[in-house]
Design a protein. Structure first.
Length: 124
């Protein structure tokens, strides 16, 4: 990959299962074509579908063009995710992170390598 003329695939409005029947809303960018790639995940309460959409669309396709799948996930109770956003760094938040990692690893586009990215709250 690594060329600017390769347009990554973007999947909007993914729903990832979490505990207690909740779903976590996510957006995914990945390289075009068939393959398995490492995934970079961002978890945040900042609403990936609208509030931070512009920032993500300026950054995450760049990583996808260079051979990474990139997933941004709204924390429970924020943006496209169900549940209640109670506070930062709760045990349930960490459990959701593990559920999303497990979900990614089970996808046919993921090679099993997972990294996390973020700033502020999402950098936990």
């Amino acid at each position: 990959m690594g060329t600017d003329d390769v347009v990554p695939i973007r999947d909007d409005f993914l729903k990832i299962p979490a505990a207690d029947g909740r779903v976590l809303g996510a957006r995914l960018w990945r390289p075009a074509g068939d393959g398995r790639w490492p995934v970079i995940i961002e978890f945040a309460p900042y609403r990936a579908f609208d509030l931070f959409r512009g920032l993500h669309e300026a950054t995450f396709p760049y990583w996808a063009e260079r051979g990474y799948a990139v997933l941004t996930v709204d924390l429970a109770g924020s943006g496209g995710s169900t549940g209640v956003l109670r506070d930062e760094y709760l045990e349930s938040e960490f459990e959701d992170v593990l559920a999303v990692i497990d979900w990614c690893v089970a996808q046919n586009w993921c090679d099993g390598a997972v990294g996390l990215s973020g700033f502020s709250w999402s950098a936990f």
